[in-house]
Design a protein around this ligand. Sequence first.
Ligand code: SF4
Length: 577
Amino acid sequence: MLRQQARSLLAKEVGYVTKPHGGRLRIALAFPNTYFVGMSNLGFQTIYTLFNAEPDIVCERVFLPPKSEIAALRAAGTPTVTLESQTPVRDFDVLAFSVSFEWDYTNVLTMMTLAGVPHRAADRTRYDPLVVIGGAVTFVNPEPLALFADVIAAGEGEALVPPLVRAFQASEDRGDLLHRLSAERGYYVPSFYELRYQENGAIAAFEPKAGTDAPVVVRKAALKTTEAANPPATAIFTPDTEFGSRFLIEVVRGCANLCRFCWAGYNYLPVRAFPKERILQLAQAARAHSDRVGLVSIALCDHPDIEEILERLVAMGYSISPASLRLDDLTPSILRLLRQSGERTITIAPETGSDRLRRVINKTVTNDEILSAAEAIFAAGFEHLKLYYMIGLPTETDDDLVAIRDLTLGIRDIMMGHARGRGQVGRVIGSVNPLVPKPGTAYQRLPMEQDAVIERKIKRLRTLVADVDNVYFNIKSERHSFYQALLSLGDRRVAPVIEAAERNGGNWRAALAETGVDADFFVFRDRSSDAVLPWDIIDGGMKDTFFRAEYDKALREEWTLPPKRHKENARLLPVLQ
Ligand code: SF4
């Protein structure tokens, strides 16, 4: 049945790769969620392309089966197979996971079970595939997954693939391979380290074990320059996916705005633009398969040629979906081009409602500028506006919650003014998430706000925005964020909780009760005096002194203005050497 399913998925695809296995390094590339979700993930598609671009690698995909089928597959013990050649995953040399979200950690384990691969690295033998875990969340904090991975790949795929090939080609056995990988930039072998703990439970040290020659810290691997690089782009088209046959392409990597809570901003510095002509060539080639392009960049307009790129994409007949736009990106010509391409909704992130709190988080825009942006958006003909807000920010008071309401109402009034002329009223949609302090940010040492306080704030905000016409709020529960924080801020002692949640079908409360792990320790503890943080094993390029100085500035309500784009941010920021 699995083979038949794989064949029918392939039959609807364009762009997949098949190669003979003989003499090649065989990599089963796993996305720890369903085909429907995974095929819309640009990181996953990119790593597939990068692996298969190597003549000595054959890379095939495997996904989490639909939820409804998992129990039966477990019971039957039918081993999962890859899509391209329907080969059992267990037979591959490498089982590589591309993980983008903490919620998929349990799926990593489910996929190992279904493939017949033991969960823990310590239980695997040389007859099992080498389990490599990579993807954005894992290099921000790999520790919760450390016991499951033979190797963590920390950084950007473009810089990680060549060393993997080199190490495999040169190695004699599994032990030799791990040694060679741990000498390469971006490869972290968790079993090569002994962890020592302090009496209060904080980590005292990651100690490389004798004879491993493992580095004291693992430096993240990143692409130094994108000037000659191919932009990551959809390689395989299928109608069976979240974004349909949308052509996804990364236009520029990184964002230099330095918002103090934003792990993506800090971890993808410096800002690097992909070559304009290459973006357009790939888009032209993909036009036969798609008429909608998704621009996947956190700072789209940091590309020096963005207006020309948009003009030419529209001229090719594409409609354009930007991931989310920074407020300082919204020039009249950008808005005109997006509207012209058929977009009706714009998403922006004021993050909070007051200028004071925006200085705390280093979001360097003011309410006046946001209202002017809203004016420009509705004047350009957009109907709906989505707004991202956070609560539980440091120094937040009730006035800041009221300010969220007031700013939203101000925006709604602008929308209504424009709607009257058009005779059609749109929506303002607020999306609110509690702050989860993230590793690799200025807030990495902060405890998360206590449940009861967040609950109270959620309730208050719901009351403030209830029954306002044409305004809808979607407020995420604090419990959801609590477990996300555990997976985000934890260390390898969280591994049993992930295993228990995988066994019990995702009941995190029961998993904590079963394992006795003190989640509050990881989520609600002030880490300001910890000498070592769980994610310090990876050197992402930013210095702890910088983060501490940024946090002090937050408390003084001071901005750190983004360095001027392109050249200056590379020179001014403490980024990769
Ligand atoms: S503007 Fe701020 S929140 Fe948005 S990507 Fe840049 S640093 Fe992150």
